[in-house]
Design a protein around this ligand. Structure first.
Ligand code: SF4
Ligand code: SF4
Length: 312
């Protein structure tokens, strides 16, 4: 059914920058926000866009830090994804169906008082329920885009954890893509140990406030912009800058407010100083195992991971 529509959608999305397109039939989304957002939904279309491996190069080298957030987060979320979705939605509506583009709203959280490391916590809209937006990770899996790794990132055969994604809800019935059986994540634990702030527990669960502090660079050994006097008045200074502090949401807010060593990115995205070390450790692991489809002439990690001394 709608065979031409499906191929038209895929070719349009790929023409506008999408790398992976998958389709999930509505029966895969029971008890999700899909039917709440658009009760007539028959198909969820998952669309993944690669984050360039090269966008991570600067943080890997400890040289340029804007590039990951600007080209790996902001440009995809604010420009590439909306354009591709709108064009594909236009094709669906040309066929007489309705199409709802669903981009991540970085200011809406799935849980009350949670946060998003990519945003200034002051801007998060708190107290809303998860029905206000899709569970992106769950939807990506149900659309057949990939599997979830231990730390919750979507892993795909092409790019490992290096992609971002969005969705289109439509009342068109379109043949579903097969679900991907988990085969990439081998529970090596490297994503857990790579975090400079111990924000990921051994079981893979993420403390988002801890992540927000260390994403922004609270660990001195991984932040070339942190001056020696940073956190001078904080009684937990040594534990914080060594990445050993266990932060409550209240303490995380205080720590984040003191991390003013590197400017934010326009559109309000916070600059990543950790460089998503969890994802990169996973990527390096999968690359070393040779299980990713996209191969490169040289390995991503070329030198021993750098660390700065922690001045106490
Ligand atoms: S680093 Fe290892 S444990 Fe973590 S998601 Fe990747 S493969 Fe799984
Ligand atoms: S490595 Fe960075 S993004 Fe990953 S959990 Fe730690 S602070 Fe968060």
């Amino acid at each position: 059914m709608n065979g031409n529509l499906k191929s038209d959608i895929i070719s349009c999305l790929k023409k506008h920058g999408a790398d992976i397109v998958g389709f999930g039939s509505i029966d895969r989304f029971k008890n999700s926000a899909v039917s709440h957002i658009y009760p007539d939904t028959q198909t969820v279309i998952g669309i993944a866009f690669r984050v360039l491996r090269g966008s991570h190069r600067g943080i890997e080298e400890g040289t340029t830090y804007y590039q990951y957030t600007t080209t790996g987060v902001e440009a995809l979320e604010e420009n590439i994804m909306p354009l591709a979705m709108l064009k594909a939605c236009g094709i669906i509506e040309d066929h007489g169906f309705t199409a709802l583009p669903q981009r991540r709203n970085q200011l809406l959280m799935q849980e009350t008082d949670s946060t998003n490391p990519e945003m200034d916590y002051n801007e998060i809209y708190r107290g809303v329920t998860q029905e206000t937006q899709l569970d992106f990770e769950h939807c990506a899996v149900q659309c057949g885009l990939g599997e979830l790794g231990l730390h919750g990132s979507l892993l795909t055969d092409d790019f490992g954890p290096l992609q971002r994604y969005c969705f289109i809800l439509t009342d068109a019935k379109i043949e579903a893509s097969p679900l991907i059986k988990s085969h990439l994540c081998d529970h090596c634990g490297k994503c857990v140990s790579a975090c400079p702030g111990k924000a990921i527990a051994a079981d893979g669960s993420l403390d988002r406030w801890q992540c927000a502090s260390y994403y922004k660079g609270a660990n001195m050994s991984r932040n070339p912009f942190m001056p020696p006097e940073a956190f001078a008045e904080d009684p937990d200074r040594v534990a914080i800058i060594a990445g050993e502090a266990k932060l409550t949401p209240e303490r995380a807010r205080e720590v984040i407010d003191q991390i003013i060593f590197y400017p934010p990115i326009k559109h309000g995205y916070v600059s990543s100083i950790c460089g998503k070390a969890c994802d990169m450790a996973c990527y390096i692991h999968l690359e070393e195992k040779g299980v990713l489809n996209k191969q490169f002439l040289t390995p991503f990690r070329k030198r021993e991971e750098w660390r700065l001394s922690v001045s106490i």
